[in-house]
Design a protein. Structure first.
Length: 384
């Protein structure tokens, strides 16, 4: 619950800072209050007595924190001692400090090298738990590629593509993966339960304290023909919807289309960070609003608006990116040519989205860019 409240407060309070044009924000010394920071680059070198809420392009937390840390952006780094929880979402997320309670992290590339006093929940394209990492609680990990060098004091539950265990797992391993490898120096205190197309590869010199169970199931390779038909059927309608939204913006709101591209080109990391904050913060804020009886009608209205934001985020993000690349070199193409470029770029995005894990990650990044750019473009339009 504390992590959820952290996300809610981060969205509400970091919004004005994130919309600020300031490129760099640095905090140093000793600060006896909460920090709410946003910008292209945020460096927190101070020892903070309180919480840290940060959003933007590049976030670095280097000073000690007595409460919780919430950080979202293009790149986040937590290399300090945090007494409470750490909740972070980024394209590249690195946690090398010692965390007193739980660590919740999502991103494209995730590296965990510190000690975690509670549990770890990590989801990303590539997830690595380093040699110096020690996790006291259970670990739940999902990723395309997962490598564990460190020590987990309890159980590991992992879902993903290719998983390699090179460190020590004191408890059980529950794995639902394409492949599972237990290295020569690995130690597993409990049993191993694996669900996947292939038998787990366990080195002869590895130590396994319990039984090993393998439950065969069809992997992605065996299911490729059916998945291709299924994915194609689910792709056509969303593609046509996104195409219609993008072309509508191009021909019906050219000024708004220009501002979308300017936001993505001028502040890509900050725009992405804002999109991530909105994705996490809006639902939590609306749920908190529903707790009060008088706020229920406003919450339902907010969910309706949020639903529209979810639907148009991807096409607006794709449109902003393709327009930015179309205008590289300083020349603005005709609307007809720009429409063709957008249609081809959108088609490429949907094809890439068929790649497991990385494709979905790409869609999420483009969606976050679209949401952040659309809100900032509306803010700019309202101010002029």
């Amino acid at each position: 619950m504390r992590a959820i409240l952290t996300i809610f407060l981060a969205f509400i309070l970091a919004w004005p800072a994130l919309a600020d044009e300031e490129e760099l924000k640095v905090y140093s010394g000793a600060i006896a209050e909460d920090i709410y920071a946003g910008g292209a680059t945020v460096d927190v070198d101070a020892d903070v007595t309180g919480d840290v809420f940060a959003g933007g392009g590049s976030i670095a937390i280097a000073g000690s924190v007595t409460e919780d840390v919430f950080a979202a952006g293009g790149r986040t780094s937590v290399r300090t001692n945090v007494a409470g929880d750490v909740v972070t979402a980024a394209g590249t997320a690195t946690v090398s400090g010692n965390i007193g309670d739980n660590l919740i992290v999502a991103g494209g590339t995730i590296t965990i090298d510190g000690a975690v006093g509670g549990k770890v929940i990590a989801a990303g394209g590539q997830v690595e738990i380093g040699r110096t990492a020690v996790v006291t609680g259970n670990a739940i990990v999902a990723g395309g590629q997962v490598v564990i060098h460190g020590k987990l004091m309890k159980n590991l539950r992992v879902v993903g593509g290719h998983v390699i265990i090179l460190g020590e797992i004191a408890g059980d391993i529950d794995a639902r993966t394409e492949s599972l490898a237990i290295g020569p120096h690995a130690k597993v205190g409990g049993r191993i339960v694996h669900r996947g197309p292939e038998q787990p590869e366990i080195s002869a010199t590895a130590t396994v304290g319990g039984p090993v169970e393998h439950h065969p199931r069809a992997g992605l390779k065996a299911a490729k023909p059916a998945l291709a038909v299924w994915a194609a059927s689910l792709t056509v309608v969303p593609y046509l919807f996104c195409l219609a939204v993008g072309l509508g913006v191009l021909f019906l709101a050219p000024g708004y289309a220009r501002r979308l591209a300017e936001r993505v080109a001028g502040q890509p990391l900050a725009t992405f960070g804002l999109g991530v904050l909105l994705a996490f913060g809006v639902p939590v804020a609306l749920l908190a609003l529903m707790v009060t009886v008088i706020g229920i009608p406003f919450a339902f209205l907010g969910f309706a608006v949020y639903g529209v934001m979810v639907m148009v985020g991807l096409p607006l993000g794709a449109f902003a990116l393709t327009r930015h690349f179309a205008e590289r070199g300083g020349r603005t193409p005709s609307r007809t040519k720009e429409a063709v470029i957008f249609a081809l770029g959108l088609l490429t995005l949907f094809i890439v989205a068929l790649v497991p894990f990385l494709g979905q990650l790409g869609l999420w990044v483009v969606w976050s860019l679209g949401v952040g750019a659309s809100v900032l473009a509306l803010k700019t339009a309202a101010a002029t």
